[in-house]
Design a protein around this ligand. Sequence first.
Ligand code: ATP
Length: 255
Amino acid sequence: MYLKGVEIYGFKSFGERIRIDFDGGITSIVGPNGSGKSNILDGILWVLGEQSYKNIRAKESKDIIFSGGEGKKPANYAEVSLFIDNRDNFFPIEADSIKITRKMSQNGDNDYLINDKKVRLKDIGELFLDTGVGKSAYSVIGQGKVERIISSSNKEIKSIIEEAAGVKKFQQKKMESEKRLEKVQNELEKIELVLNEIGENRTRVEKQSKKAIEYLSLKDEKNILQKGVLTFDLNSKDEILKSGEKEQERLTTIT
Ligand code: ATP
């Protein structure tokens, strides 16, 4: 993987579209003071997703759009593209060459593109995360930045070393996993509450069903007893009837 070219239009001092090719090895850009050498580095950082205008030596977004000069009209937008050789599949994109573009219009709207397809800023960040190339990876070091690194606090230096060693990616993944774990834990607590409620309802329903079974068996017993009482009544009435008939028969024979 290597940066094989940069194309710039409307960014800072570049009122005309220019393409700079890097052929491998060391490329030196020379020119008089104020001719735009550092603007090229600013452009590279900007494509990589730099959001701090201070870091690319501007006060606000509109400062990065070519404001005109030397008979040239101001640009309507700024656009910088990086061309990366990916023949070694360093980036997980199935393409030998990757073009990464950032475009900003006068109203401050930004578009990010990978191989001419619109993507989110997050996608650019993730593509470069822990590759040693990102906007904060110290692969783009402008004037004065070396002194800034040397005079950084221990915490900042630790962060630089972690980025270079590729630890940042895992830290970010760890943080994401911890967040997901917390979410799952909260969901589990909610499910436990629902399960407790279901458990209480179940005990209540079990008690009710027990009572219903008792009621049905008592009702059956009552029916059996009622049948017994009716049979007893019927038998005793039958006997009374029979003795009445006998008495009637006796009386008839006397007469
Ligand atoms: P040095 O060698 O002094 O560091 P340099 O070659 O790195 O200089 P830069 O700092 O890249 O030069 O460029 C500064 C120039 O860019 C200035 O002349 C400034 O006017 C010009 N410039 C910056 N922003 C814009 C803009 N939006 N429109 C037009 N020109 C701009």
